[in-house]
Design a protein around this ligand. Structure first.
Ligand code: COA
Length: 259
């Protein structure tokens, strides 16, 4: 793995992964896909990590697939790339901790799909977003046709995908594509503040809530409620649950251990 293609910084239980090909607008080459997958796999079962933030170096979040590399690929190689990028997005979505995409600039194609696979999207005022694939005579292939309509609704998603239109951060906020918009220099601080707020909650509870929301949304209400109930049961025997009750009684902040 080329270490620098995706950098990793860890502080106070928050891991920040930075896509680091600024000269290529952080476009996803095969090497960057591998680097990102490796970083995720290293962090996935690290109990010290409570929240993951993904952002980009330079002025882009990610301009999607590396179109220069793509031009030299055989159809079979393109298939293999699409398979790998889809798996990466699934890995992000199923990362057992909350994932915040700090969209610092352009997020197109696979770049926006990465943000869509994250749990919460924060955007810089300078961010521009779009699923631009149809303009290249292809379709979003890393989950965009599925995750965008689930987030912003079918009609708006259809319009965005058919036209490949690029929207700014305010528009993204209006349609619910991003949760918050911040000045560029404040984006990472704001994302880390949000992450720190999440870190105050019980880690097992947060993990189970993510699981229940994600899995429950993909099914009917009764099955979803059964998933929620099972996820709750996981929290009951934890030391953290007793700590929460004790802290409330003693009027102090709880200290959760993820146990
Ligand atoms: N793949 C490979 N290289 C890319 C890229 C991509 N997806 N997007 C940008 N780059 C490269 C450019 O070719 C350029 O390289 P060069 O300096 O060797 O010419 C460099 O990144 C800077 O991009 P540039 O277009 O000059 O910067 P900009 O600020 O004018 O525009 C974007 C930035 C992201 C708006 C623009 O590059 C763009 O629209 N990229 C395509 C995005 C897209 O449609 N992605 C979907 C892929 S499915």
């Amino acid at each position: 793995m080329e270490e620098n293609l995706v950098t990793c910084e860890i502080a106070d239980g928050i891991a920040t992964l930075t896509l680091n090909r600024p000269d290529a607008m952080n476009a996803f080459s095969v090497a960057m896909l591998d680097a990102m997958a490796q970083r995720l796999s290293n962090l996935r079962f690290d109990p010290a990590i409570r929240v993951l933030i993904i952002t980009g170096a330079g002025k882009a979040f990610s301009a999607g697939a590396d179109l220069k590399e793509r031009a030299g690929m055989t159809p079979e190689q393109v298939k293999a790339f699409i398979f790998a990028i889809r798996r990466l997005m699934d890995d992000i979505e199923q990362f057992p901790r909350p994932v915040i995409a700090a969209v610092n600039g352009a997020a197109f194609g696979g770049g926006l799909e990465l943000a869509l696979a994250s749990d919460i999207r924060m955007a810089s005022q300078s961010a521009v977003m779009g699923l631009t694939e149809a303009r290249l005579a292809i379709i979003p292939g890393a989950g965009g046709t599925q995750r965008l309509p689930r987030l912003v609704g079918k009609g708006i998603a259809m319009e965005m995908v058919f036209t490949g239109r690029r929207i700014d951060a305010q528009e993204a906020l209006k349609i619910g594509l991003v949760n918050h918009v911040h000045p560029p220099e404040e984006l990472l601080h704001a994302s880390r503040r949000l992450a720190a707020e999440i870190c105050e909650s019980g880690p097992i509870a947060v993990q189970q809530a993510k699981y229940a929301i994600q899995r429950g949304l993909e099914t009917d209400l009764n099955t979803g409620l059964a998933i929620e109930s099972n996820a709750y049961w996981v929290c009951i025997p934890t030391e953290d649950r007793l700590e929460g009750l004790a802290a409330f009684r003693e009027k102090r902040k709880p200290v959760y251990k993820g146990k």
